[in-house]
Design a protein around this ligand. Structure first.
Ligand code: FES
Length: 569
C-alpha cells in the first residue's frame, strides 16, 4: 500500500495533528481510528429535494458497515444534490457545478478512497466527473430504481407521464385520474423505474467497471441493495490498499464497453453527453462518432420502456446487467480490470437470462441494430443525435416544411393555437434550448405535439432542437444539435416553411436553403442575450462547451490529481 494521504492530516505529530484529530473526536471517534486506517469518504447526494436519493442516509450506513469490517474508517460527507424533478430551470445547468463540489471536497479533505452514492440522473455523472479529476480509488453505489408503479391493475412508470399528459390534452384522461396516478407511480424509494437517464447512468457506471456486478438494477427497496452497499464498503478499503485509482479502470477500452452496453440496453441519449464529459476529465480521446461506430453494430437486447415494454424491476429479476454483459462478451473488451480487481469476463461469466421477454439472447435480439445514431448536415455541422429504438420507423427518412419556435416560451404560446399552420408531415423546430441558449440544455426536445394533430390521431412527428430529451421519453426526435442556435449554428437561421430533410440511414440532417440565403440570414442574426452576466450562470455561459464535447466547462476538462498543492503546516 502506498502512503495514505489521510496521514498528512491524522498521522501528524505536534499541534496540527492534535487539531486535526481533536475536532474529529468530538463526534465520539476513538483514537485507534486515526492510526493509519484507510479513510473512506462516502460522498452522499442525499437530499429531501432529490426524492430519488431520499434513502441515501440508510444506504450510507450499509456502506459504513462494510468499511469498518474491512478495517477502514468511514466518513460521510454531503455534496450538492441535483433532483431532476424540482430543480429549475434544469438540473443539467448545475451538473458541472456539482462535479466541482465533489472534486474539491475530495481533494481538500483527508480521504484515501471514495464511495460515490448516486441516483437521480445528474448525480451520477457529476459525482464520477469530480472523482475522475482527483484520481483516487473510487467505487459507485447506485440508489436503485423504484418498484414498478401499479395503476388500475396495470404497470406504470415515468414514460406513462407523457401518455397521461397527452390523454388529458385530448380529453381521454381526466384530471382526477391524472392526480391519482401520481401516487400509484412513485410508491417506493428509488429513481425512475424505466430505462431513463438514471437507470442508463447506473448501467453506464457498471459497464465502465466502476461498481460491483449487478449494481444497476437492484430495486432501491430490495434488501439486496443494502448488501451491495456493504460489499462496496468492504471493497473500497481493499482498493485503497491496492492503490487501484480510477484511472486504472477508466481506460479507452472501458469507454468502448460502456458505449456498446448502452446500445444493447436502449439507453438514454443523455448518455452521450455524460460519457463525453467523463472522458474529457480522464483525458481519454472519445468523439461523437465513436458512439455511432461502436454502438450501431450492437443488437438491442433489453425490452424496457421507453423503447420497449418492461421496467427496471423486471430487468433485475430477468438477470440484470450481468446477463446482458455476458451475452455481449464477444463484442466487449472482456479482459479489462474493474473495481472488483477482476476482469469484465470474470465478473459476469455465467450470468443467466431468466426472462427472455425482458433480456433477449444475442442470437435472437429485439432489434438487429440499436445504439444512438449521429446525423450531420448543414443543420448540424458538429452533429445531432437520435435514438432510433424510440423513434417511428417511417419518419426516420422524411422531408417536410419547418414550423419554427424561436424559444420555449414561443413554443408554449403557439403549439396549441388552432391557427398554427402545421400538419403531420411538418418538422417542428425548437431553437435556443441548447447549453448556452436556455441556458442549461433542458429536456424539451421531445416537444408535445399540437393538440389539433393529436385529435386527428397523429402520434409522432419529426422534431429537431439543440436541447435534450428525457431518457424516459420517445419519438422521432433529433437532439443536441451542434453548434446550437445561440452559438450561431445554422439552426438559428431556419425559418417557417423551409424544407428540412432527415435520413437516419444516410445520417443526414439537411436544410434545403441555399448557402447564399443562409449568409444573408446570418448577416441579420443577433445572438440572444437573456441577461445572465454574473455568478455561476454567467460563468457557465462563457465557458460551457457544445454538446459534441459533453457540455462540460472548458476549464474543468482534465484532472488535477489529489495532491494538496499549498499546505500552511
Ligand atoms: Fe430522479 Fe427520474 S426524477 S431519476
Amino acid at each position: 500500500m502506498t502512503k495514505l494521504r489521510s496521514q498528512d492530516w491524522f498521522g501528524l505529530k505536534g499541534k496540527y495533528g492534535f487539531l486535526y484529530r481533536a475536532w474529529m473526536k468530538n463526534q465520539g471517534i476513538p483514537d485507534d481510528e486515526f492510526m493509519g486506517k484507510p479513510v473512506i469518504g462516502i460522498c452522499n447526494t442525499w437530499s429531501e429535494l432529490t426524492p430519488c436519493n431520499g434513502h441515501f442516509r440508510e444506504l450510507a450506513e450499509a456502506v459504513k458497515k462494510g468499511v469498518w469490517e474491512a478495517g477502514g474508517f468511514p466518513l460521510e460527507f454531503p455534496v450538492m444534490s441535483l433532483g431532476e424533478t424540482l430543480i429549475k430551470p434544469t438540473a443539467m445547468l448545475y451538473r458541472n457545478l456539482m462535479s466541482m463540489d465533489v472534486e474539491e471536497s475530495i481533494r481538500a479533505n483527508p480521504i484515501d478512497g471514495v464511495v460515490l452514492l448516486c441516483g437521480c440522473d445528474k448525480t451520477t455523472p457529476a459525482s464520477v466527473m469530480g472523482a475522475c479529476s482527483t484520481d483516487i480509488p473510487s467505487i459507485v453505489v447506485s440508489g436503485g430504481p423504484m418498484l414498478t408503479g401499479k395503476y388500475e391493475g396495470r404497470s406504470i412508470a415515468t414514460s406513462d407521464v407523457w401518455r397521461f399528459a397527452e390523454g388529458v390534452k385530448q380529453g381521454t384522461f381526466t384530471e382526477e385520474a391524472f392526480r391519482e396516478a401520481e401516487a400509484c407511480m412513485c410508491r417506493s424509494d428509488g429513481h425512475c423505474a424505466v430505462m431513463g437517464t438514471a437507470s442508463t447512468m447506473a448501467c453506464m457506471v457498471e459497464s465502465l467497471g466502476l461498481t460491483l456486478p449487478g449494481n444497476a438494477a437492484i430495486p432501491a427497496a430490495d434488501s439486496r441493495r443494502k448488501v451491495l452497499a456493504q460489499f462496496s464498503g468492504r471493497r473500497i478499503v481493499e482498493m485503497v490498499r491496492e492503490d487501484m485509482t480510477i484511472s486504472k479502470i477508466l481506460t479507452r477500452e472501458a469507454f468502448e464497453n460502456a458505449i456498446k452496453v448502452n446500445a444493447a440496453i436502449g439507453g438514454s441519449t443523455n448518455f452521450v453527453l455524460h460519457l463525453l464529459a467523463i472522458a474529457g476529465r480522464m483525458e481519454i480521446p472519445l468523439t461523437l462518432d465513436d458512439f455511432d461506430l461502436l454502438g450501431s453494430k450492437i443488437p438491442l437486447l433489453v425490452n424496457l420502456q421507453p423503447s420497449g415494454e418492461y421496467f427496471m424491476e423486471d430487468f433485475y429479476y430477468a438477470g440484470g446487467l450481468p446477463a446482458v454483459i455476458n451475452q455481449l462478451q464477444d463484442h466487449l473488451h472482456s479482459n479489462i480490470i474493474t473495481v472488483t480487481g477482476k476482469t469484465v469476463q470474470e465478473n459476469n461469466a455465467g450470468a443467466k437470462i431468466y426472462s427472455p421477454d425482458v433480456i433477449a439472447p444475442i442470437e435472437t435480439p429485439f432489434q438487429e441494430h440499436a445504439g444512438i445514431v449521429v446525423v450531420r448536415g448543414n443543420l448540424a455541422e458538429r452533429g445531432s443525435v437520435i435514438k432510433p429504438s424510440a423513434a417511428t420507423k417511417n419518419l426516420m427518412k422524411h422531408r417536410g416544411k419547418a414550423v419554427v419556435f424561436e424559444d420555449i416560451e414561443d413554443y408554449h404560446a403557439r403549439i396549441n393555437d388552432d391557427d398554427l399552420e402545421v400538419n403531420a408531415s411538418s418538422v417542428l423546430v425548437l431553437k435556443n434550448v441548447g447549453p448556452k441558449g436556455y441556458p442549461g440544455m433542458p429536456e424539451v426536445g421531445n416537444m408535445g405535439l399540437p393538440k389539433k394533430l393529436l385529435a386527428e390521431g397523429v402520434t409522432d412527428m419529426v422534431r429537431i432542437s439543440d436541447g435534450r430529451m428525457s431518457g424516459t421519453a420517445f419519438g422521432t426526435v433529433f437532439l443536441h444539435v451542434a453548434p446550437e442556435s445561440a452559438d450561431g449554428g445554422n439552426l438559428a437561421l431556419v425559418q417557417n416553411g423551409d424544407e428540412i430533410e432527415v435520413d437516419v440511414e444516410k445520417k443526414l440532417l439537411h436544410l434545403h436553403v441555399s448557402d447564399q440565403e443562409l449568409q444573408k440570414r446570418r448577416a441579420e442574426w443577433q445572438a440572444p442575450d437573456l441577461g445572465f452576466h454574473r455568478g455561476y450562470i454567467g460563468h457557465y455561459i462563457k465557458h460551457v462547451q457544445q454538446a459534441d464535447l459533453g457540455v462540460d466547462l472548458d476549464f474543468l476538462r482534465g484532472k488535477s490529481g489529489n495532491v494538496v498543492i499549498r499546505d500552511s503546516h
